[in-house]
Design a protein around this ligand. Sequence first.
Ligand code: WT7
Length: 651
Amino acid sequence: MTHSQQGGIEHIMATEARIPVPEAFAQQANVTAEQYREWYRESVESPDTFWDARARDFHWFTPYTQVLDWQPPFARWFVGGETNLSYNALDRHVEAGRGDKRALVWEGEGGDVREYSYAQLLEEVARTAAALTRLGVKKGDRVTIYLPMIPEATISMLACARIGAPHSVVFGGFAAGAVADRLMASGSEFVITADGGWRKGELVPLKPAVDEAARLAAAQGQPVRGVLVVQHAGQNIPMQPGRDHWWHEARGEDTQEAVPVDSEHPLFLLYTSGSTGKPKGILHTTGGYMVNVALTTHAIFDLKDSDLFWCTADVGWITGHSYSTYGPLLLGQSIFMYEGAHNHPDWGRFWDMVERHRITVLYTAPTAIRSFMRHGDETPAQYDLSSLRLLGSVGEPINPQAWHWYRRVIGGDRCPVVDTWWQTETGAVMLTTLPGVHAAEPGTAGVPMFGIVPAILNQQGEELPADEGGFLTIRQPWPSMLRTVYGDDERFRRSYYGEIEGVYFAGDGARRSEDGYVTVLGRVDDVLNVSGHRLSTAEVESALVAHPQVAEAAVVGRPDEMKGESIFAFVLPQEGETPDAAELRAYVSRQLGKVARPDHIVVAPALPKTRSGKIMRRFLRQIAAGRTIEGDTSTLDDPGVLKRLAETPVQ
Ligand code: WT7
């Protein structure tokens, strides 16, 4: 691997002996060892037959005529078919007599609980879809959703899907500037938001950010035409007549049927960071996403009628799309959803909810697991966690220590733990162990899911031998793969199929064991993973250089025990200026949101550059990590810079 980040990840990526599948779990698992073997072989050798069989579980208004049309790098799945995701996630179950089945259990930070059966959720979605239609939303129109984790977020996504209006969910933790960028990039004229949300007992003001974003977008010639506002936080907020409508007033009793859409009709856009400053609008379409998200949920999370599944991811991320929302609902199973912070009012909040609601399957992020671990075993020990039967991890590499703690303290040594590797772009889990099939190796994601053909390659595209680190790539198309970068096919081709000819390049490094277990080593590009949140160094840099006292900025990741990576910024001031670190943090926060706020700032006397002026981030990463400088410094214009930088205080 060429990337210098590798050295920083190795220390957490030592892998360990495998932990066998609990026999009791294997006995009842949705997917058995034999089925995995057979299905995997078929999915790779005859993908058309395999995926056709999976797609038949769903309702198609018009049957497809071809399973896959692959014109690399462009794929079309279930060609000619017409379906609707909202119909398959709701109406289908109600029509099958399962309307009384619990669909969604929600708990607010303040402790209020709401429950929806499938029949009730369908009605809410159908009424919201009717309201959106009345607002002027048409099939194909992009709708921006900027909401807290409340049932209306789930309802809004499904309502958009119902009328074929692709949603673009923007994480509620992002600031107005990020909302504005996404509004403009997606050409979205409609927004669904709330008067506010709750986090750690404090109000998160969402509507003011929408107003500001709408103002910025209008100034660029792209006005927002309609805003639906959920009354959630009891705030008295200004409403712009003609544009803003209260959710509870805009929705009547009338309902909207699911509209048949082409299998390749856009289901949603989700903006995520790439290696450059401008977030990419990852486009997912309907049929293929539906089929693979449902299949992976069934196989990995093993959901049954007796389960209550809690995927803790916010709907602002892909995990919140595929596993907090669509996957479990497509299977007709029950979802748990929580609005607030994981440590409010104290560190027992998660475990209290597991006990009270009898949650059975929990899927969360290493960063949360590590923070619980830091607060000791005593807190979870006070709660009855015996309802749990399966645990999952996602978002970043999980260090073996956290893995073991999760299994022992939360899983009572009886629950299998699955470490799922995937991306916004892949739509669904790609690598994991199946809980009733594969022994788990702490620190190693595992084996490929159905239809996924991973290859560890070097830069020349040659397959590397077992145990050697290289680029993680995927050889064949899969149904839930991104279709393009919204509005930029060329960027799609370049970013994902340009690095190594003919294969999907994930941006991660990995190695594979002799028997096919893949260990993901982390990003090999300029993408940061901070507490499981994806950010590009360039995004943070451009936010910093927008500050009048900043001439140049270079941002790198620094290995962090809690967050996985923290943000380390080297800032070169404008001549004669001394920017204040606290002010710079607040400045970045205001533009991009708290998640992007630099943890460490060095106001640098100079930056290490080559003679041609390129910043050598390799050395900056070493300085940020407090390591001794390694590598050839002779290409630097002024090698003395490194020593001066290392001696500058970190703020
Ligand atoms: C990047 C994708 C879809 C999951 C949520 C994040 C890292 C994700 C793992 C894992 C090691 C992981 C990768 C990947 N990542 N899961 N189990 N082990 N790394 O989605 O924001 O699109 O980020 O997260 O680096 O490329 P995302």
